[in-house]
Design a protein around this ligand. Sequence first.
Ligand code: T5A
Length: 210
Amino acid sequence: MHGKFITIEGTEGVGKTTNIEFIQAWLNSHQLDFIATREPGGTPLAEQIRELLLMPRDEKVCPSAELLLMFAGRAQHLDQVILPAVQSGRWVLCDRFTDATYAYQGYGRGMDNGLIAQLEQLVQADLRPDLTLILDIPVEIGLKRASQRSTPDRFEREQTEFFERVRQGYLSIATGSPERCVVIDASQPLEDVQRDITGALNDFLAQELR
Ligand code: T5A
């Protein structure tokens, strides 16, 4: 089997980091060779871009600068990490990818979807995730969880309405790409969230082995 590209998405504090560890254990239990990575970030240069993006600052960051920085980091990450792994047959598990750009910069900031699609095509050509798990949770619960864990970064300082648009964006993406997206109710207790994630991963693997 060729390497598969799995992404995990959702609004703030939805439980991606927590569940990535769980997915890694599932991949190990199936003897699948994989790497785990994240966006923004994933290489030294892209991690520096992440710092630039997340650091709270007085200067207002204009939406197109934010969008271009996201894709600059992604270009480097794809070139150095994701493509070499997939091409050598390894699975890639990525904490956020381009769906986050559609959700945050598109639905959240109001950037044009067509423009994002052009940058996606430029940077990724035909590479798209094989499976995307979208962890969905009411915005207030996610923000509360995130605030209990760390001080808010530049995105986490946004208003609730921004995250409502991001959440609706993710749900629209899931509706538009049902062949690769699975929405998981992340407001459940963790063991129920992980039962649903296991179900989605098992279904995906069974489909790939068919
Ligand atoms: N971004 C990113 C864009 O705008 N565009 C893009 O293209 C990309 C790629 C950084 C930011 O960048 C933006 C979006 C983001 O704002 P990030 O660091 O991945 O991206 O984003 P965060 O959402 O900030 O990640 P977090 O680490 O804050 O949240 P997680 O990983 O979703 O949540 P996690 O696992 O740390 O869980 C939070 C807390 O909840 C608990 C955990 O124990 C933890 O304390 N928890 C649960 N509690 C009860 N029940 C459950 N089911 C629970 N699951 C987790």
